[in-house]
Design a protein around this ligand. Structure first.
Ligand code: ZN
Ligand code: ZN
Length: 174
């Protein structure tokens, strides 16, 4: 199957090695910004399974290597004997399974509250760790988005276009 290739890549198409059950995308020029500052370039491969609803990313020197890492993570998830959740101090509402590392949002009760309405939520947070519920996500100022917010927003848009058989064109949406 074909993976969607990110616009910044030098390659224009990529035939996956594995038969993924979901939307997948890849690129050979992904930039990863580190929370401590700085960045590095890497090839990446990302899968967005719907069951379970998660996001898996592999990185490597080449897209094929990144796909292998991503596939290994997916195999571990599908082989898990039963998920057991822990937060690992993660601030965006996600939990990880102790056994297979599956990352899921909304499994445990939120212990953060929306800074607009006070409702318990893990929906999203900004760079200052203020949380926003789903109803108030648009109150999050754009200047407080981190690179992952932008990456996920673009990925969700590309996935919606993919479902409709259309080409994603970010410029047309701004
Ligand atoms: Zn598990
Ligand atoms: Zn709210």
């Amino acid at each position: 199957m074909q993976a969607r290739v990110s616009a910044l890549s030098k390659i224009d198409n990529y035939e996956t090695r594995h038969d993924w059950p979901c939307f997948v995308q890849c690129g050979d020029g992904g930039i990863v910004f580190l929370t401590k500052g700085g960045s590095y370039r890497t090839a990446f491969f990302e899968a967005f399974p719907r069951n379970p609803d998660t996001f898996i990313r592999g990185e490597g020197k080449t897209v094929a290597e990144a796909e292998e890492e991503c596939w290994a993570k997916w195999q571990k998830i599908t082989a898990c004997p039963g998920h057991e959740w822990e937060r690992r101090g993660y601030k965006n509402g996600g939990c990880f399974c102790k056994h297979c590392n599956l990352f899921m949002v909304g499994v445990l009760e939120p212990d953060e509250a929306c800074c607009i309405c006070g409702k318990p939520t893990y929906y999203t947070h900004d760079v200052d760790d203020n949380f926003y519920c789903e109803a108030h996500v648009r109150d999050k100022p754009l200047e407080k988005w981190d690179w992952m917010d932008w990456h996920i927003a673009y990925s969700e848009y590309a996935m919606a276009m993919w479902d409709r058989g259309l080409e994603a064109n970010w410029e047309n949406t701004i």
